[in-house]
Design a binder for this molecule. Structure first.
Ligand code: SAH
Ligand code: SF4
Ligand code: F3S
Length: 456
């Protein structure tokens, strides 16, 4: 398999060398999707393409799609239309991959309405991209390379990372949970964990390259299954913490139902693990949670939060919430607001329920659109009313920041993030460099950022 990939990378490289061909990738999905895009970029660079951000000037355009919510389709089809015009003027190759290509009926739809698309590839066949592009570039074939069965985990893809100090490491693929609203298990297949030694090898390599922060990725990271000494997610966390050079560790997303005590202990015992935990709530009502198939109740969620707060000093939480799930009543929605008041989340990603064909919830009785929007606004208002208070907690505290770059609005200032993911702007001293971890005292709290001063 790997030999095949290398063969096509070389063949393309020979064909296009000296031509200065450009590629552009549009990533439409979550962090896993982004990590896949980094691997796609890694393959393309090896083939001899170089990156250009404006896809209108690219010779090869890749769309890496997402389908977790409905509006993604309209967005994609709009973009495909734009590329059609480009193809007429400069012979651009258009390749579309990612989760949406795994959706039932999607291949036929694109074939029928957008027959000019050159390559369609799925989430299980990403590693064939060099061969697929070769067929399109050299043989002028229209390529469809999507399979339904879960692919084997494919190790050793080249990778071109977006950042120099922060990196993502996928630890598992797929999902077994089948939350009734969610399409991910249908398009990403069943859970498959990477071998612990492969993950640790990747993290060690990153440390050698100077990376300071890593994020372990998966749809349900705490159901990770390892082997030997590293049996589960807690073991993996502890082991990753032992790698010198890596100073910050994040993970996303854990599932509340699998948040075992050993994971809480690992977070509490390791200074390197960031003290912000993303704990998707989805709904605060036990009946709605049951019909979402989330496998926890309101009380169990709140108990878990209490336990975390007791065992992990200074822990803060972020979450995902869906409003307007089928059959949700106003009263049931109040429970969501109640949990938000009680937990005081640092960050909430709010979503209006969106029907995904083929899921259980799509067959249930739907809520009128205006009702969903009304609830969304209510939740947003509650969340925003808490932001100031949450930010003011930081005043006069000393925070460790990873310096990420100069501030966009003021080039004399640097910008970094606390381990709880807050953006902080500060005036650097001569020694400070991007990628350093520094201590900063917070002096001002604004709505979407904090200001601070370097402390020696
Ligand atoms: N595996 C992660 C989430 C992946 S999808 C987890 O379980 O937390 C990211 C978020 O999208 C979900 O947490 C959910 O809040 C939201 N989402 C998923 N399906 C959705 C749908 N049909 N409508 C609206 N939001 C949805
Ligand atoms: Fe979707 Fe639920 Fe799996 Fe998350 S855990 S990806 S929400 S099915
Ligand atoms: Fe991610 Fe969207 Fe796929 S959320 S896993 S890119 S459907």
């Amino acid at each position: 398999m790997q030999e095949n990939q290398e063969k096509f990378i070389d063949l393309i490289n020979k064909k296009i060398s000296g031509k200065n061909l450009k590629y552009s990738i549009l990533t439409m999905g979550c962090q896993l999707n982004e990590n896949d895009s980094e691997k796609i970029a890694g393959m393309l660079e090896k083939m001899g393409y170089s990156e250009i951000s404006d896809y209108k000037n690219a010779d090869l355009v890749i769309f890496n799609t997402c389908c977790v919510r409905e509006n993604a389709e309209e967005r994609l089809f709009g973009k495909i239309g734009e590329i059609k015009k480009l193809k007429e003027s400069r012979d651009t190759i258009l390749a579309i991959g990612g989760c949406m290509m795994q959706e039932k009926g999607m291949l036929q739809k694109i074939k029928k309405s957008y027959s000019f698309v050159d390559v369609i590839f799925g989430t299980h066949t990403m590693q064939n991209l060099p061969e697929d592009i070769y067929k399109s570039l050299i043989n002028k074939e229209k390529v469809k390379d999507v399979i339904d069965i879960d692919g084997e985990i494919y190790e050793g893809l080249p990778i071109k990372r977006n950042d120099k100090f922060k990196a993502s490491v996928t630890i598992m693929y797929g999902c077994n949970n089948f939350c009734t609203y969610c399409i991910v298990p249908y398009v990403r297949g069943r859970e498959r964990s990477r071998k612990p030694e492969k993950i640790l090898e990747e993290v060690k390599q990153l440390a050698e390259e100077g990376y300071k922060e890593i994020t372990l990725l998966g749809q349900n990271v705490n159901s990770y299954v390892g082997n030997g000494e590293i049996k589960n997610f807690a073991d993996l966390l502890n082991e990753v913490c032992r790698i010198d050079g890596i100073e910050r560790i994040r993970f996303i997303s854990p599932h509340p139902k699998d948040f075992t005590d050993d994971v809480i202990d690992a977070i509490a015992n390791n200074e390197k693990i960031c003290k912000i935990i993303h704990l998707p709530l989805q709904s605060g009502n036990s009946k709605v949670l049951k019909s979402m198939n989330r496998k926890y109740t309101k009380e169990q969620y709140l108990n878990l939060v209490n336990k975390m707060q007791e065992k992990i000093p200074g822990v803060v939480l972020s979450t995902d919430i869906i409003v307007g799930f089928p059959e949700e009543t106003d009263e049931e929605f109040e429970d969501t607001l109640d949990v938000v008041r009680k937990v005081n989340f640092e960050q909430i990603f709010m979503f209006i329920y969106s029907i995904r064909e083929g899921t259980v919830a799509s067959e249930m009785e739907q809520i009128p659109e205006d009702k969903k929007h009304e609830r969304f606004e209510k939740l947003k208002k509650l969340y925003e009313s808490r932001v100031d208070e949450n930010n003011e907690k930081y005043l006069n505290t000393v925070q460790k920041l990873l310096i990420e770059g100069t501030s966009k609005n003021n080039h004399e200032m640097f910008e970094g993030r606390t381990d709880t993911n807050k953006v902080v702007i500060f005036k650097p001293n001569e020694e400070n460099q991007i990628g350093d971890i520094v201590s900063v005292k917070i002096t001002e709290a604004h709505k979407w950022y904090l200001k601070g001063e370097i402390v020696k």
